[in-house]
Structure formats: C-alpha cells, structure tokens
Write a protein that binds this ligand. Structure first.
Ligand code: PLP
Ligand code: COI
Length: 341
C-alpha cells in the first residue's frame, strides 16, 4: 500500500486531518453499532453537555510499523479499561472495552497510508474520546453521547526530540486531592493551559505539579508521569491517587524489573529528595521517555548529573528497551503487542 508523501522524519506533535475516523452514538440507553466516516466535523447543539459542563474524556495510544512490516498498537486493552474508569467518574456510559479495541483497529486500518514507516521516528497517534451531546442546562449528566476515534501522524512531543528538558515546579495545581487527576478528563487539561502557557513564556518545557494538599510531594507534569533513577540504580516513580496511571510508566516499571534487572519502587517522592536522584524523565504515550536535565524550583536549580546534552544512561536503556518492544525488535511480554495489519 502506497504511503502518503509526508516528511515523516520531521513531523512535530500536531493534528493532521487523515482520511477516516470512527463514530458511535449512545441514545435511549444503548450504543449504536458504529461506523467509519470521512467527515472530521461534528455539529452539536449549543447546549450540549460537553460545551456547558465539560463532560468529556479521552485516551491516547499509538500505532507503530514494526521492523517486519506489521502495524501494531501497544496495550490498547489498558487504554480501553482506563476509559471505562474515566467514563464512570464523569457519569458517562461505558464504551465496551472490546468495542474500544475494535474501533481503534478499524480506524487505523482505514488510515493505513498515514501510518509512519518503520525507522522514520514518527508514529500514528490515536485519540479515542467521548462526550455528552444532548442539551443540558441544569448541572447533570447528558443522556446522549458520542464516542469517536481519530488518528494523526506525529513526531516527538517535545521540540528537540531526546534533548534533556528544563522544567519548573508549578505554583498551580492540576488536580484536587479527591478530584479527577487519576482519570483522563478534558477538564484536567483545561486546568493546565494557563500554567503551561506561562511556563513556555518563561522558557520551561513543562510544569512539575506537586500534591495539592501539602505541596511537598512530586505528582506529574501536564501530560506525563515522572521517572527517577537513584544513584544506586533504582527506578523510582511517584505514587499518588491524583496522578494519571500512565500505561507507559506501568510498562517501564515492568521493563526495568524484568528486562533490565533493576529494583523498582513506586512510592511517595518528596520534592526535597529530587536533588539526590541521578536521572529524571517524563514518560507517556506522547512523551515516550523525555529526559529532564534541570528542574527549577523558585530560583533554585536542581541539575541532574546526566546533564543537558544527552539522556542519562539508565533512561536511555529504558527508552531503547521500550521502543524496541513497540517496534518489534525486542520480544514483548505476552499480550503487550496488538497486531492490526
Ligand atoms: N499523565 C498525564 C497527565 C497524561 O496526559 C498522560 C498521557 O496520556 C500520561 C500521564 C501518560 O500516560 P500514558 O503512558 O498512558 O500515555
Ligand atoms: C498522551 O500521551 O497520549 C497524552 O494524552 C498526553 C497529551 C499531553 C498529548
């Protein structure tokens, strides 16, 4: 199949309209059977739940072309079940997990020419999402919903690819202690827009959010979980009820333990101990693993020994192993790779 003529190796992380997307509608208590459409636009009533009370959640995963020429996705079952958690917390109907996976498959297949070739450095980002679509003016859940999936070819999330980032400790919170930080609600990202614009204006790539209750513990950034490596080679990742349970982070913890023979700890991480770590990285579907070279905490610089030129050595091993599994160069644990084509 002839691929689109794109400059695959120089793509950024942006939206590009592709040929096809999936849509299913929930009405009278049931999802319809769903279909692929070429129409990228949605026309909704002005009072739709999504517009008035932000009743929307989403997911993010990627399709990869493997070394042997297949198109695969990575652990889509975990995205499907996380979307169930998001839907329940937002009083939305659950889109069945097996249907979620089928919808992803159909959308990727219908856009096969848009899947970046192996070795190009680009991947196909897949965005499933759901929203309340009928008018609601009293504060209550909608009765009707739309579930959709679109795809867009993407390059690195952060400009500069694998160059270490400088981030800062934020004075804003992205999630409340018993709020919605642990689900993928659109409202969490709306909350983060003002702080991210300010951070970018001041030259930082991202914000490090702290736990909103005590402001002493590391949570996550606007779009990725944290990984730290201690000076004696332990992978440490923050534990909190208000961060998104990243599929990349969960996978990396397994990779560290079972492929790299590292000790792994998921525990509360105090901001005051961050200066003692050897390496720091951000992980997520979009971020993959993006190294952090420096964290600025209100004028105090925390500089990791791995420096500002290259990924730290452990971060690099984790990166190579994870992307090796995703691209079919390294044998994956059972069930991680979902073949589409
Ligand atoms: N944290 C936040 C706030 C995110 O938006 C994402 C992206 O999905 C992640 C973490 C990483 O999660 P995952 O690895 O499942 O993509
Ligand atoms: C993802 O990694 O899929 C996300 O949703 C993060 C977002 C900031 C692009």
């Amino acid at each position: 199949m002839e691929k689109k003529q794109l400059d695959w190796s120089n793509l950024g992380f942006g939206y590009m309209q592709t040929d096809a997307r999936y849509v299913s509608t929930f009405k009278n208590g049931a999802w319809d059977e769903g279909h692929i459409t070429d129409d990228p636009n949605i026309t909704l009533n002005e009072c739709a739940g999504v517009f008035q009370y932000a009743q929307t959640c989403f997911e993010g995963l990627k399709a990869y072309t493997t070394e042997d020429g297949h198109i695969v996705t990575f652990r889509p079952d975990l995205n499907a079940s996380r979307m169930v958690d998001s839907a329940k917390r937002l009083e939305m109907p659950v889109f069945p997990e097996e249907r979620f996976i089928k919808a992803v498959e159909e959308t990727v297949k219908a856009n096969e020419t848009w899947v970046p070739p192996y070795g190009s450095g680009a991947t196909l980002y897949i965005r499933p999402y759901m929203m309340g679509i009928n008018p609601v003016i009293g504060v209550k859940p909608a009765d009707e919903y739309m579930f959709r999936v679109f795809v867009t070819p993407v390059g690195p999330y952060f400009k500069g690819g694998a160059k270490p980032l400088t981030i800062r400790v934020s004075d804003f919170d992205r999630a409340a202690p018993c709020g919605t930080g642990n689900i993928k609600a659109g409202l969490n990202y709306a909350m983060s827009l003002y702080p991210i614009v300010k951070a970018h204006e001041e030259g930082y790539a991202e914000n490090m959010y702290l736990d909103p209750a005590t402001r002493t513990k590391v949570e996550e950034t606007g779009g990725a979980n944290f990984l730290f490596v201690t000076k004696d080679n332990v992978l440490v990742t923050p534990k909190s009820n208000s961060i998104l349970p990243s599929i990349t982070r969960r996978s990396l913890m397994y990779v560290a333990e079972h492929y790299l023979n590292m000790k792994v700890e998921q525990r509360e991480v105090l901001l005051s101990e961050v200066k003692d770590f050897a390496e720091c990285g951000l992980c997520g579907t979009a971020a993959v693993i993006s190294p952090v070279g420096k964290i600025v905490d209100h004028g105090t610089e925390i500089c990791f020994p791995s420096g500002m030129d290259e990924m730290g050595p452990v971060t690099k091993k984790l990166y190579d192993c994870l992307t090796g599994i995703q691209m079919g160069r390294i044998e994956a644990p059972e069930g991680w790779i979902h073949k589409i084509v």
